[in-house]
Design a protein around this ligand. Sequence first.
Ligand code: KIV
Length: 275
Amino acid sequence: MSTQAETKRLTAPDIRARKGGTPIVALTSYHAHTARIVDRHCDVILVGDSLGMVMHGLETTVPVTLDMMILQGLAVMRGSRRALVVVDLPFGSYEASREQAFASCARVMKETGCGAVKLEGGRRLAETIAFLVERGVPVMGHVGLTPQAINTIGSFRAQGREEKDWAAIEDDAQAVADAGAFSVVIEAVAEPLAARISAQLRIPTIGIGASAACDGQILVLEDMLGLSPRVPKFVRRYGQLGPSIEAAVEAYANDVRARGFPGPDHVYPMKTKPS
Ligand code: KIV
């Protein structure tokens, strides 16, 4: 039996069962190589639609397509073995109807082999989430700041910083949980509200800019690695990949210009002496 067959992947019910337990560790990944590393340390890998901004330099996630998500989802599935891989449903692929949402989920799950999908929205998506869950689609919710709504909300700003806004966000989170989501991402929400929602819900909350009171944490990999040029306030940079890539590229360019690369170790010698 191969090692691959012996490693059991985490499932949505495994993550659901972690409510109130050891914090759930999640990161995004869009490639096989980074997925391989992330997989060794994380419980969940999110193939987020942030790939539109991170990989493609888009201003928002709105232009991201289902085909883009499937291509990167497949790469992450190939690179990982143990973590639950969750693929984002991009803007326009699920909001029109429950049937449209199911058709998109079916494509994502069949074509990538991922274990769950994530979609943005609270109360207004509850019926869709219930429809999907009843049909075998594990759904991770996403409330608070929902970047796909950028054109109606106007800017990527923190939510729930005034008490008058709390009820709507709490209601969104509760609706997603009641609809059968196995967990919910809470993005950029004031600390006391995130703590309140985490205490109220029976499913794990996964915070991004939502305090340590959540049942787990997620960050965009390139943000925490120090590769993204600009990052939100809630990001801690655990690496400085940008400057380190810059230094490597500069050294390579200098070597090539000085004919210092390739060196004797990087060429193929002849098997027999040329006549
Ligand atoms: O697309 C993404 O990377 C996300 C995370 C920010 C949670 O949704």
